[in-house]
Design a protein around this ligand. Structure first.
Ligand SMILES: [Ca+2]
Length: 316
């Protein structure tokens, strides 16, 4: 939710810029969405900071627009919790849209299997904000009599569940009334509008994600190597509010691993058959290269490892 208090003082001095960068971004979005160039006749200068000729009128109009944004449930502004079987899944609204899936041929350290880049159009969906945790998966095991996966001695609770194979992940998703993301949904959500190797830009630091910082991507700066998972949400989210899309644990996707087509596609589901299921995002053990948005991993569905987990797509 928007934090209203600090951004808009009760009595802004006339002619003084009062807006924080987040509010500026919100207003820019509003103005483009509603084709506004002025607010009740007061000129809105679309530059950093806004001059307010009439503080009271401006403030009133701004609140109206913010209410509209909340009603529209724009990404970043509205999220929620999906509850089933006494388990809560926090989710983020992912907007419908079109993006270029895969990496361009000039992306450093790419694999040919990440191409050809192709246009993908997706319907909107909801994705779990975090990787599924041990606390969530253990509750599933207790309710259904399944054996609990090993935590490698690192602790359970809020750490991402590991040592789950594709069927474990898929069974949990179905039990929750959810599903695994498609590979296309995963990449689209990871990118959150970016086209760079990472949703953080051309580099991914170990202050931004949990991976093996001894081996950063390309010529990026070295960082730490924590040698295990970290509790979900330990790093900043991407622009759409999703945590740990890069690193921590690889995430199972619903698709069979296969080659890309160069043709534009809508809501693709991947290959009709195969021997490997798709894994995305890299894990704590991996070099920076493997955490790129476009990188495609895959394993036999029966594979379990201490750096593989998953997240969910929540039904609308
Ligand atoms: Ca991850």
């Amino acid at each position: 939710m928007l934090n209203r208090t600090p951004n808009i003082p009760n009595s802004p001095p006339s002619g003084i810029s009062i807006l924080q960068p987040e509010m500026y971004e919100l207003l820019s979005l509003l103005c483009s969405k509603f084709e506004l160039s002025s607010l009740d006749g007061d000129v809105l200068k679309l530059e950093q900071g806004i001059v307010v000729p009439d503080g009271a009128r401006f403030r009133e109009r701004l609140w109206e627009l913010i209410e509209q944004v909340e009603l529209l449930q724009l990404p970043n502004q509205k999220d929620g919790v999906f509850s089933k079987n006494a388990i809560d899944i926090e989710w983020v609204d992912i907007p419908a849209g079109t993006f270029m899936m895969g990496s361009p041929e000039n992306e450093k350290e790419r694999s040919y299997i990440e191409g050809p880049q192709h246009q993908v159009t997706l319907s909107g969906f909801k994705m779990s904000k975090y990787e599924v945790t041990f606390a969530q998966y253990d509750a599933f095991c207790e309710a259904t009599g399944r054996s609990k996966p090993s935590d490698e001695g690192w602790g359970r609770g809020n750490r991402p569940v590991i040592n789950v194979d594709w069927d474990d992940a898929n069974d949990f998703a179905k039990w929750m009334g959810c599903r695994l993301p498609t590979e296309a949904e995963w990449e689209y959500a990871c990118r959150a509008g970016t086209s760079t190797p990472f949703n953080t830009g051309d580099c991914l630091s170990t202050a931004q994600a949990n991976y093996n910082g001894n081996y950063p991507y390309s010529n990026c700066i070295k960082g730490s190597y924590l040698e295990r998972t970290q509790p979900v949400g330990s790093y900043a989210p991407n622009a759409w509010g999703l945590y740990d899309m890069h690193g921590n644990v690889w995430e199972w996707c619903s698709d069979w691993y296969g080659s890309y087509s160069s043709f534009p596609q809508t809501n693709p589901n991947g290959s009709a058959s195969g021997s490997h299921r798709v894994l995305r995002g890299g894990g704590w053990f991996n070099r920076g290269r493997y955490c790129r948005s476009a990188l495609r991993g895959g394993y036999e569905p029966s594979h379990r490892a201490g750096n593989i987990g998953f997240r969910l797509v929540v039904p609308s």
